[in-house]
Write a protein that binds this ligand. Sequence first.
Ligand code: ADP
Ligand code: MG
Length: 151
Amino acid sequence: MKEERTLVIIKPDGLIKSLTGDIISKLSETELRIVGAKIVNVSKELAEQHYAELKQSKPHVFENTLRYIMGEFHTNRVFALVYKGKNAVEKVRNIAGKTNPEEADPITIRGKYGRINSKTGVFENVVHASDSPKSAEREIKLWFRDTELVD
Ligand code: ADP
Ligand code: MG
């Protein structure tokens, strides 16, 4: 199996709840390598590009999901990381858990720490994880310059 890269974003709720350390520890179970990491203040443009697909597939949650990732409900920063290794996309998705935190297995990051915001209906699920090698490469280009990634 070929090596893949995948994008992880610890979302604003993860930062404000001081979950960064726990999440990175949990992800270390994958034995993947971190090849990039930085704190980002997410612009509207970046948020829209990142969630471009959501605009088509789930228009009812698109606007509030943008507000969520831009930090309107928590704090205006995220922690973006790139992991690399065999089967990286699937390994990280498995540890992240299902999109809906109420449906996610309780031992996953989203199952453990996520919630549904009762005002906005947004799944505040603490982390983003790319859903395929193709979307991972698209997303990594949006968030990182080549020179910010090692290896
Ligand atoms: P995932 O993050 O698991 O790949 P999607 O790409 O479908 O899921 O959605 C992006 C983000 O939008 C989710 O992580 C979640 O924060 C939010 N979201 C998606 N679907 C819903 C929904 N039905 N209700 C509320 N929020 C949602
Ligand atoms: Mg997705």
